[in-house]
Design a protein around this ligand. Structure first.
Ligand code: SAM
Length: 255
C-alpha cells in the first residue's frame, strides 16, 4: 500500500466505516455550502466504491442513486447503476431510478490517470461536462450541483459553462483533498430556469419601470431589468447576471 494512503483521512475512514477517504471531502463541502439537506433526492456520478453515497444518505435520509462504470457493492437504501455517465442510456436509467427530478447532482468522477497532465485534464473536463449535462436534465429548477475537475487550461471555460446555468457558483478545495492533487470542486447553487442566459443579446421594448426607477422588459414572461431605460423605448440589450426570478441587462443600442 502506498505510504500516502495511510494519511489522517484514510485512517479516519477505516475507523468510521466509510468506503473511501473522499467521504470527508463531501462532508467538508456540504458543511460549507449546504447543498444536501434532509430529504434531498441525490444523484451521485462516479460513485464507486461508495464513500460519497454513504455521506449523501446520512445527510439526506432520502432517495440516493449512485452510478459508476464499476459495480458498486450494495448499500442499504441506495439504488446503484453500473453505467457510463457520458452515455444517453445511462441518463435514462438514472431518470427511471429517480422517478422524478433530483434536488442535487454530485460528481466525483475521475478518469484513470495517464500521468500526462494535458490528457488527464481533458478527460476530466469531458466527465465534468457529462455531469453538467445530466444535472441540467435531471435537476429541478433551484437544484444544486457539485463536480470535481482537474485543473488546467480548460478550467475557466468550464467554470463559465456552469455559471451560465446556476445563480451562484464557487470553486473550492476542501481540506481533505491531498495537497499534491490537481483537483478542485465546483459548486453550483440554484439551477436557473430563466429563458435567458448571461451574454445573450436581445431586441426588446421596455414595458414598465421597476421600484428602483430602472426599465423592465419582459422576455418570454421573464423580467429583465435595464438600467437607464424608459417605458416604450426599443433597445438592443445584453443580458448580464441572471437570477432565479429576474435578470439584469445593459443597453447596447437604442433602436
Ligand atoms: C475518485 S472515484 C469516486 C470516489 C467516490 N466519490 C467515493 O467516495 O467512493 C472516481 C470514480 O469515477 C468513475 N468513473 C470514471 N469515468 C466514469 C464514467 N465515464 N462513467 C461512470 N463512472 C466513471 C471511476 O470508475 C471511479 O470509480
Amino acid at each position: 500500500m502506498a505510504r500516502d494512503q495511510k494519511d489522517h483521512y484514510y485512517r479516519k475512514a477505516k475507523e468510521e466505516g466509510y468506503r473511501a477517504r473522499s467521504a470527508y471531502k463531501l462532508k467538508q463541502i456540504n458543511d460549507k455550502f449546504h447543498i444536501i439537506r434532509r430529504g434531498s433526492r441525490v444523484v451521485d456520478l462516479g460513485a464507486a466504491p461508495g464513500g460519497w453515497l454513504q455521506v449523501a444518505r446520512e445527510l439526506s435520509g432520502g432517495i440516493v442513486v449512485g452510478v459508476d462504470l464499476e459495480r458498486i457493492e450494495p448499500l442499504e437504501g441506495i439504488v446503484t447503476i453500473q453505467g457510463d455517465i457520458t452515455k444517453e442510456e445511462t441518463l435514462e436509467q438514472i431518470a427511471a431510478a429517480l422517478g422524478g427530478q433530483a434536488d442535487v447532482v454530485i460528481s466525483d468522477a475521475a478518469p484513470n490517470l495517464s500521468g500526462i497532465w494535458d490528457v488527464d485534464h481533458a478527460r476530466s473536463i469531458d466527465l465534468s461536462r457529462a455531469a453538467l449535462r445530466i444535472a441540467k436534465r435531471l435537476l429541478r429548477p433551484g437544484g444544486s450541483f457539485l463536480v470535481k475537475v482537474f485543473q488546467g487550461d480548460m478550467f475557466n471555460d468550464y467554470l463559465e459553462e456552469v455559471k451560465r446555468e446556476f445563480s451562484s457558483v464557487h470553486a473550492y478545495t476542501p481540506p481533505a483533498s491531498r495537497k499534491e492533487s490537481a483537483e478542485i470542486y465546483v459548486i453550483g447553487k440554484k439551477l436557473l430556469s430563466a429563458p435567458v442566459r448571461s451574454g445573450e443579446i436581445y431586441d426588446v421594448t421596455v414595458d414598465s419601470v421597476g421600484r428602483t426607477g430602472d426599465g423592465i422588459a419582459m422576455i418570454q414572461g421573464f423580467a429583465v431589468i435595464v438600467k437607464n431605460a424608459s417605458p416604450g423605448e426599443r433597445l438592443r440589450i445584453k443580458i448580464g447576471p441572471v437570477k432565479q426570478r429576474f435578470a439584469f441587462a445593459s443597453i447596447l443600442e437604442r433602436l
